[in-house]
Design a protein around this ligand. Structure first.
Ligand code: TMP
Ligand code: ASP
Length: 235
């Protein structure tokens, strides 16, 4: 199926189009890859297809566990129909192992377990480079009330409790991941995507990265890693 609506928004990895119903949108998953607030740009061949299909599986699994999401239907290789939400401008990061910016910021050892998992909030704002913020900052900026922040944290932990064992069964360690939420009829639901772009996944046997870190750090075999994740998740 081809996109028929008009484009509402173009992001770094997706385009959003109108759908037949005004309360729904179509996401088109691109192969464009960016890192470091888009200072680094490139293409990961067929990333859009992988991220669409992996996200479909993740959202289906999460819905089966009674956590509401924006997902309605995958329309084609690169298109997904979802509810149209008002995105809450907070990136919610869940961490099970030390990696990435956490290791760098606090000088912690990469790979050390974090138990119980921690949740971090980043203010979603490209001009500011998505800064790490706390509850007080978000309340100060009128981005979210304490009640909404409590709910975001709870939902993030619930999603982690579903995804961590799912990936472990497929011999992948869910190191960390980023979630976005949106409001739909005044209710918080999970939105955006869940894919190797937004998760760190380490092969349990070899410890190798199977996610966007391969692009961020020029590690090579990027397409191969994305295809392997697709195979283990959907195959
Ligand atoms: P970080 O260690 O760089 O803060 O990343 C934490 C997690 O969030 C990691 O799984 C990658 C994901 N992430 C995004 O999805 N988008 C982003 O812009 C960044 C910086 C991280
Ligand atoms: N997607 C983010 C960007 O381009 C960064 C990342 O995922 O590392 O800015």
């Amino acid at each position: 199926m081809d996109v028929i609506g008009s484009m509402l928004y173009e992001g770094k990895a997706k385009k959003i189009f109108t759908a037949a119903r005004p309360d729904q949108v179509v996401h088109y998953f691109k192969d464009d890859a960016t890192a470091f607030n888009a200072e680094k740009r490139g293409t990961i061949v067929d990333k859009g297809v992988v991220n669409n299909k992996v996200s479909e599986r993740m959202f289906t699994l999460i819905e089966e566990n009674r956590i509401p999401t924006h997902f309605l239907k995958r329309l084609s290789d690169r298109e997904m129909l979802t509810k149209k939400v008002a995105i809450v401008p907070v990136e919610v990061v869940v961490r099970n192992l030390v990696a990435g910016s956490l290791a760098k910021r606090l000088g912690l050892r990469v790979g050390d377990a974090i138990e119980p998992a921690i949740v971090e909030f980043y203010y979603k704002n490209d001009a500011l480079g998505d800064p790490l913020v706390n509850d007080d900052h978000l309340r100060l900026m009128n981005v979210a009330t304490p009640g909404v922040l409590r709910e975001l944290r709870e939902l993030a932990h619930k999603v982690n409790a579903v995804l961590k064992p799912f990936f472990a069964e497929r011999k992948m360690q869910l190191v960390d991941f980023k979630l976005e939420f949106g409001l739909f009829h005044n209710k918080l639901i999970l939105a955006d995507e869940i894919s190797p772009d937004t998760c760190r996944l380490w092969d349990m046997e070899t410890g190798e990265s199977m996610d966007k870190d391969r692009f961020r750090k020029d590690m090579g075999k990027i397409e191969e890693a994305y295809q392997e994740v697709l195979k283990r998740v959907c195959g």
